[in-house]
Design a protein around this ligand. Structure first.
Ligand SMILES: Cc1cc2nc3c(=O)[nH]c(=O)nc-3n(C[C@H](O)[C@H](O)[C@H](O)COP(=O)(O)OP(=O)(O)OC[C@H]3O[C@@H](n4cnc5c(N)ncnc54)[C@H](O)[C@@H]3O)c2cc1C
Ligand SMILES: NC(=O)c1ccc[n+]([C@@H]2O[C@H](COP(=O)([O-])OP(=O)(O)OC[C@H]3O[C@@H](n4cnc5c(N)ncnc54)[C@H](OP(=O)(O)O)[C@@H]3O)[C@@H](O)[C@H]2O)c1
Length: 262
C-alpha cells in the first residue's frame, strides 16, 4: 500500500553506486544507479536519495524515471541555486555512492485513477520524471487508447528524452499496444522553439492544448496527472475542479492526480 514519506531523513536505505550521468544542460542532469534486488516501486512513485558522507549526508525526494522492470534505477534532477542537495549533485561522478531509501512512495500512480480511455500527463520541468516511468511500463500502452504527454520547460534543451519519447513505444511492445502517444513539448522562453509556447494552464483554459492533442477532455474518458511546479499544479487543479474533475477521495478513484515538487 502507498504510504506518505516520513518527515525525518531516511534511515532504512541501501548504499548504491552511480553508473551513468547525462547532462542535458549545465543545471539539468539525469543519472542511473544500481538497483537493490528487493527494491519495488509503481511507476509514478518517488523515493528518497542521499548524497554526501556520514553526518553530512542530505536526503531529498526524487521521482523514479526508470521503468519498473529495468535492472537499474534512474532519476532526473535540476540543480537549483543555493540548494543543499543541488550543490552535491554538481559534484556527482560515476562510481560515487548514493543512498536510496528502501521504500517508494506517492499517489501519482495510474491506479489512483478511475479507469478511462485517455491519459493526460502534464509536466513542468523535472515533473516529466514520473511520466517517463509510466511510459516505460507496458501496462499503460495496453490499458489506454490515447496517451497525451505535455512537457513545459523554459528552454528547448530542457526537453529531456525528447528523441526517446518521439519513438515510443518500443518496437517489441507495438503488437500489444492499444494506445497512441501524442507528445506536446512546450518551450516558454525561446520563441519559435515549439508550436505551443505559453504556460500549460493558459493552453488548457483557452482550448489550444485539446486542439493540439486532437482530443477533447471529458469526465467520462479523460484521466489527468500533473507534476512539477506547485503553482502550475494549483492552477490546473482549480481549473479542472471547476470543470467537474476530482482527485481520489477516501479510496474512491477520481479523474485527476497531482504531485508538487516544492
Ligand atoms: C515528491 C517529490 C518528488 C520530487 N522529485 C524530484 C525530481 O524527480 N527531480 C527533481 O529535480 N526534484 C524533485 N523534487 C525536488 C527535490 O526533492 C529537491 O527539492 C530539489 O532537488 C532541490 O533540492 P535542494 O536541496 O538543492 O534545494 P531545496 O532547498 O530542496 O529547494 C530549494 C528551492 O528550489 C526550488 N526547487 C526545488 N526542486 C525543484 C524542481 N524539481 N524544479 C524546480 N525548482 C525546484 C524550489 O523553489 C525550492 O523551494 C521532488 C520533490 C518532492 C516533494
Ligand atoms: N531553467 C533554467 O534555465 C534555469 C537555470 C538555472 C537555474 N534554474 C533554477 O531551477 C529551478 C527550476 O527551474 P525550471 O525551469 O526547471 O522550473 P520552472 O520554473 O517551474 O519552469 C518550468 C516550466 O514551468 C512554467 N511555469 C513556471 N511557473 C508556472 C506557473 N505558475 N504556472 C504554470 N507554468 C509555470 C515555466 O514557464 P515560464 O518560462 O513562463 O516561467 C516553464 O515553462 C528554478 O529555481 C530556477 O531558478 C533554472
Amino acid at each position: 500500500m502507498d504510504t506518505p514519506a516520513p518527515a525525518r531523513p531516511a534511515v532504512k536505505a541501501t548504499e548504491e553506486s552511480v553508473l551513468a550521468i547525462r547532462h542535458w544542460t549545465p543545471t539539468l542532469l539525469s543519472f542511473r544507479c544500481t538497483r537493490p534486488a528487493a527494491f519495488r516501486f509503481t511507476p509514478g512513485h518517488y523515493t528518497r536519495l542521499g548524497l554526501g558522507s556520514g553526518e553530512e549526508r542530505v536526503w531529498r525526494p526524487y521521482s523514479l524515471t526508470s521503468g519498473p522492470d529495468e535492472d537499474v534505477l534512474e532519476f532526473i534532477a535540476v540543480r537549483v541555486p543555493g540548494g543543499e542537495f543541488s550543490q552535491r549533485l554538481g559534484e556527482l561522478k560515476v562510481g560515487d555512492g548514493i543512498g536510496v531509501d528502501k521504500a517508494a512512495y506517492g499517489f501519482l500512480t495510474v491506479n489512483q485513477l478511475a479507469p478511462g480511455k485517455d491519459l493526460w500527463m502534464l509536466a513542468s520541468g523535472t515533473g516529466l520524471g514520473p511520466f517517463m516511468s509510466i511510459l516505460r511500463d507496458q501496462a499503460v500502452w495496453r490499458d489506454f487508447e490515447r496517451l497525451i504527454l505535455v512537457h513545459g520547460v523554459r528552454h528547448a534543451a530542457e526537453l529531456a528524452w525528447r528523441a526517446d519519447i518521439e519513438t515510443m513505444p518500443p518496437l517489441a511492445w507495438r503488437p500489444q499496444a492499444k494506445a497512441r502517444l501524442r507528445y506536446l513539448p512546450v518551450v516558454t522562453r525561446e520563441p519559435g522553439a515549439t508550436v505551443l509556447a505559453d504556460r500549460i494552464p493558459l493552453l488548457l483554459a483557452d482550448g489550444r492544448l485539446e486542439a493540439a492533442a486532437g482530443c477533447a477532455l471529458s469526465i467520462a474518458d479523460s484521466r489527468l496527472m500533473v507534476c512539477g511546479n506547485p503553482e502550475l499544479a494549483r492552477s490546473l487543479r482549480e481549473h479542472l475542479g471547476a470543470r467537474g474533475y476530482a482527485t481520489n477521495r477516501r479510496g474512491v478513484p477520481g479523474q485527476m492526480a497531482f504531485e508538487k515538487y516544492w
